[in-house]
Design a protein around this ligand. Structure first.
Ligand SMILES: Nc1ncnc2c1ncn2[C@@H]1O[C@H](COP(=O)(O)OP(=O)(O)OP(=O)(O)O)[C@@H](O)[C@H]1O
Ligand SMILES: [Mg+2]
Length: 240
């Protein structure tokens, strides 16, 4: 079977030894896969690997059948993979509209850029309502929605979402995850990393538990959520 994204036998690190130690992971098209695991497990490193910031020492990454593990980040963006990073990433002093347009900075066609901007602001009311406001004046949750909006400017096939719930109030998390599910329904494939394991897995199709740069457990999100081995470790007690 061919997968949208296939990571096989990857060893990768930052120069001081391997962080990813023989990682295997394959994503089905139009699904949400959630990676959970303790701090330092290598979750964000997987995102850096897929987005081309980090190249593997061994192993390969294929996207739609094609090797991408030696490509530069810009080529990977052009291929249709966009990452929303773990930390806040909007330019606080620039307007919401300017920030969103920046998501399409590699588009040469300005008519296409404007069309995408119109589509994205249709999908995200916050972009319309606060277009002229400085991004830094928005709440954390609103900023995350604007980051999602910005990530759609290239009409990506694969979205990499690194801990979208980080630092946000619990009451807006269901909205953030609801938007994620909606983006998947509209045909995008999503790789999610989430510390909030329960919420992440509940919104996902597949769950992957990582530890020390390897996949410890991989299966239907529901079964990973219910797995007693991870209940204690990552979910703060039994799942049910
Ligand atoms: N730029 C870097 N240079 C050197 N080491 C790094 C770098 N980034 C991450 N590491 C190391 O790689 C390991 C995995 O980090 P990574 O950020 O992938 O973890 P994570 O699973 O995303 O953790 P968290 O849940 O805290 O976000 C850690 O030991 C970290 O110190
Ligand atoms: Mg991380």
């Amino acid at each position: 079977m061919s997968h949208m994204l296939e990571i096989s036998g990857v060893y990768a690190g930052y120069g001081g030894g391997d962080i990813l130690q023989g990682l295997d992971l394959a994503l089905e098209e139009r699904t949400i896969t959630c990676i959970v695991g303790p701090n330092g497990a290598g979750k964000s490193t997987v995102m850096r690997l897929v987005s081309g910031v980090l190249h593997p020492r061994l192993g390969e990454v294929r996207f739609l059948g094609e090797r991408i593990d030696r490509k530069a980040p810009k080529q990977i963006l052009q291929a249709g993979i966009v990452q929303v990073p773990q930390n806040r990433s909007l330019f606080p002093g620039m307007s919401v509209a300017e920030n969103v347009r920046l998501g399409g900075y590699i588009l040469r066609d300005s008519a296409l850029l404007e069309r995408r901007y119109a589509e994205v602001s249709e999908l995200f009311p916050i972009v319309r309502e606060r277009a002229k406001d400085k991004a830094g004046s928005l709440s954390g949750g609103q900023q995350k929605l604007v980051e999602f909006a910005r990530s759609l400017m290239l009409d990506p096939k694969l979205l990499l979402l690194d801990e979208p719930s980080m630092g946000l109030e619990p009451r807006i998390l269901s909205q953030i995850f609801g938007v994620m599910v909606e983006m998947c329904r509209q045909g995008r494939t999503i790789l999610l990393v989430e510390q909030n394991a329960r919420l992440g897995l509940e919104s996902s199709d597949r769950g992957v538990v990582m530890e020390s740069g390897r996949v410890l457990l991989d299966g239907a999100a529901r079964s990973v959520l219910g797995d007693e081995r991870i209940g204690e470790l990552y979910l703060g007690g039994r799942a049910h």
